[in-house]
Design a protein. Sequence first.
Length: 470
Amino acid sequence: MKEISRFGIVLALTLGSALAVAPLAADPAVPTSAGEITLSFAPIVKKVAPAVVNVYASRTDVQPRNPLFDDPVFRHFFGDSQEQRPGGPTAQSLGSGVLIDPSGLVVTNYHVIAGMTDVKVALSDRREMPAKIVLRDQRTDLAVLRLDGKGPFPYMEFDDSDKLEVGDLVLAIGDPFGVGQTVTQGIISALARTEEGISHYGFFIQTDAAINPGNSGGALVDMRGRLIGINSAIVSQTGSSVGIGFAIPSDMVKVVVATAKSGRTEVRRPWLGAGLQNITKDIADSLNLDRPVGTLVTDVTAKGPAEKAGLQHGDLIVAVDGQSTDDLEAFSYRFATVPLGNNAIFSVIRDGKPLKLTIKAEPAPELPRDPVKIAGSSPFAGATVINISPAVAEEFSLESAQHGVVISDIDSDSRAAVVNLQKGDVVIAVNNTKINTTHDLETATAGEHYFWKVSIGRGNQIITTVVGGN
């Protein structure tokens, strides 16, 4: 009706009608001055663009693929990656980053610098300088760099990502396809997107601002010129933007940055001490819920924070600090962003009745890791393994009750690298011998064998296969 009314005004004026009509200026949708016609995002861009940088990462250790990867069964069990050896051709990665501190701290995506050893950063004023990798956090797909150059540097302030609403205007700034710094504009298309498979904490801002390869690690900026997200991924069948991009919320970025500023190289997160699962329709029906939302407590660890707070098996967690947690991914994000030492208020439904529990955010307890570097000629030669504790399970995203030992490091030129064992793999058994400690694996891999039967836990799979020996 507004468009029809506007057309009527224009027609009346055109015909010289004497009808009394409201002046055009009274309609807020119509510009009333030349200044309003030339409204622009330029002031925001001028403010924030100097804080967005290009990140160039490289390494010189990639060799041609191992012949074992021609075996489809081997590829099925152990993936399809390249063997890495020193002295090979150079592998390179290109992405974006955001300066978040005048001293030269830069946030980018983990996947931009994953496996890389040499990093350089190019500023918007064309200065280039090396950067040191301060922190890598694969679980959030974030990394923090520190520029090796003279500051102070331009930087961007954080805004509260929880204050965003669908429809808010945003700008995406980065270096798509390596063409140079580029700004695109759009809106917040959705919030709290989960199950995208981008990182362990699947809780993303969705935007239709064009994000393309090379934008990874770049800034998602609000109309106050503040950082509300780190652009990380897109949904596309062509590799180019189709208007579905995802950014890591600034509230999660702050946690990783705070860790880097504290001098730690690994992010410590709150430990709940409870097993959780998503609510299915069948479970919702059995609990007389209107819809399948929330996170169900399946078990509680003795003397853990959950038990101390009174959380029980069968409780349904529906919110953390007043923010709804419709699924496990949303809960993981909300709890992970609670600062250690603070209290979190859980909204819980128990036996159909709502109640609130106060749970202290404390790190998972550490037990002796007893690291052992495996020698000899077994498939594990060159791998360093550690015992599993709640802290290790949290660090490597393992089930805390899982037995075995976890691989914490692998020499790039080792037998373990050749057979594509990976950091985070859990060694469960070797030649039918159950592994409980690092010294169990050291003993089990001593000597020589014609073949090695190994059982590995990777993700939600247990892989059992035979690898040739001597």
